[in-house]
Design a protein around this ligand. Structure first.
Ligand SMILES: NC(=O)c1ccc[n+]([C@@H]2O[C@H](COP(=O)([O-])OP(=O)(O)OC[C@H]3O[C@@H](n4cnc5c(N)ncnc54)[C@H](O)[C@@H]3O)[C@@H](O)[C@H]2O)c1
Length: 391
């Protein structure tokens, strides 16, 4: 079966569901978007019109195309309207029981051939598939926010998923001009696993009193070339949201110390310093403008901070290769296309040289004696054998 002209059902008309419905409609599919909340459906429809008007103003689409995109989408509270869907993409709240109940209802409505996909960020695809009578049709399709703009989609087959479900989804995502990366059904998939030290190590450096938030952000952006520093990004994501993801990955990895959450972030969340949305996070905001405190622009200090965070990120990316979570190329694509890293971590590692990275991690490990700094065995082997990730 080809999904080229398929009918798409999207469940959940919040941030992600609305974006996914827009992508599907823009690609010529007939879309039914379902939400239990009528107001959210109205809001989703109004937001889409605003987005499309902006695209018309910019000359990206004409009025006829805009009308077609709107007409392609049916907004409804009635789940039954997804009956003729070839694929249903679920984007409702992140709760296993609620998703299980929904999946059972979906399966009672759609045909046996319908693919059932989830946009979950943190639940295992296997656990979602367990609620289905035909679990071979379950698959994870993890879009990034805002979905119409972010190119990355992590594609996650569960142990129950069959090859045809995977192949059909891979070609659909490609036809939507998205960058699909194949990922094992493991906690945090690629991006939310590999990116943990970006936040965790930055918080740790702050907690040790090595530098303040603004200086760490300066080191990462000015010296490291990242678009945003970790504290600016955490304030943007929301401290509560970022802290919850860290806790969920930590728990899912059976409390591996590499993923240990930070007290600082917990306290900031508890205090309601959630970031931009609450007017105060690591930074203070005045009308959404950051009040930047003074920065210690000491180049040696900045380099040391940047290298420590980068080496920890590279170690995590290497672990994802070591544990067969994804290919070298897909891990690099995930971090550049999903979270805008300036370079793929593994190609960056090749460029720096694996030996200095191993030495840097080994020094941290010896200094602290903590497991979070243990260099990955694959890194050690590659250094021993003088290997690179890309030839
Ligand atoms: N927000 C992100 O940045 C992001 C990124 C990637 C993945 N995700 C994942 O996408 C999913 C949705 O996240 P979101 O941020 O769009 O959430 P959201 O809160 O914006 O939207 C969820 C919507 O689901 C609706 N809903 C809840 N239960 C329902 C049910 N039983 N039937 C129909 N509708 C129901 C709610 O009314 C709400 O409108 C979650 O699984 C989340 O983990 C979120």
């Amino acid at each position: 079966m080809s999904l080229d002209n398929s009918k798409i059902g999207v469940i959940g008309a919040g941030t992600m569901g609305s974006g996914i419905a827009q992508i599907a409609s823009q690609n010529g599919h007939t879309v039914v978007i379902v939400d239990s909340n009528e107001k959210i459906l109205t809001q989703s429809n109004e937001n889409l019109k605003k987005v499309l008007n902006r695209l018309i103003e910019k000359g990206r689409i004409n009025e006829g195309e805009s009308n077609k995109i709107i007409e392609n989408i049916t907004y409804t509270t009635q789940l039954e309207l997804i009956k003729s869907s070839d694929i249903v993409i679920e984007a409702i709240i992140e709760d296993l029981n609620v998703k299980h109940n929904l999946f059972k209802s979906i399966e009672n409505i759609v045909s046996d051939k319908c693919i059932i996909a989830s946009n979950t960020s943190s639940l295992s695809i296997a656990s979602l598939g367990a609620s289905l009578k035909k679990p071979n049709r379950i698959i994870g399709v993890h879009f990034f926010n805002p979905a119409p703009l972010m190119p990355l989609v992590e594609i996650i087959p569960a142990v129950q998923t069959d090859q045809s479900t995977l192949s059909e989804i891979q070609s659909l995502i490609k036809r939507w001009n998205k960058v699909g990366v194949l990922c094992k059904d493991t906690p945090g998939f690629i991006v939310n696993r590999v990116a943990r030290p970006f936040y965790g190590e930055a918080l740790r450096i702050y907690e040790e009193g090595i530098a303040d938030f603004a200086t760490i952000d300066w080191a990462i952006t000015e010296i490291g070339g990242f678009k945003m520093g970790p504290f600016t990004l955490m304030d943007y994501i929301g401290n509560d949201v970022n802290y919850a993801v860290t806790c969920s990955v930590f728990e899912a990895f059976y409390f591996d110390p590499r993923f240990k959450p930070s007290f600082t972030q917990k306290r900031y969340s508890e205090a309601g310093f959630l970031g931009l949305k609450s007017g105060r996070g690591y930074y203070k905001y005045n009308n959404k403008q950051t009040i930047i405190p003074s920065i210690n622009k000491d180049h040696d200090l900045g380099t040391a901070i940047f290298e420590r965070i980068l080496f920890m990120l590279i170690n995590e990316a290497i672990d994802a290769v070591f544990m067969q979570v994804a290919s070298v190329e897909d891990i690099d694509l995930a971090m550049t296309k999903g979270v805008n890293y300036p370079q793929g971590l593994l190609s960056w590692a090749d460029e720096i040289g694996l030996k200095p990275i191993l030495d840097g991690l080994q020094n941290l490990y010896e200094e602290y004696g903590e497991d979070r700094y243990r260099p990955n065995p694959l890194l050690k082997r590659m250094v021993r054998n003088n290997l690179k990730f890309y030839s």
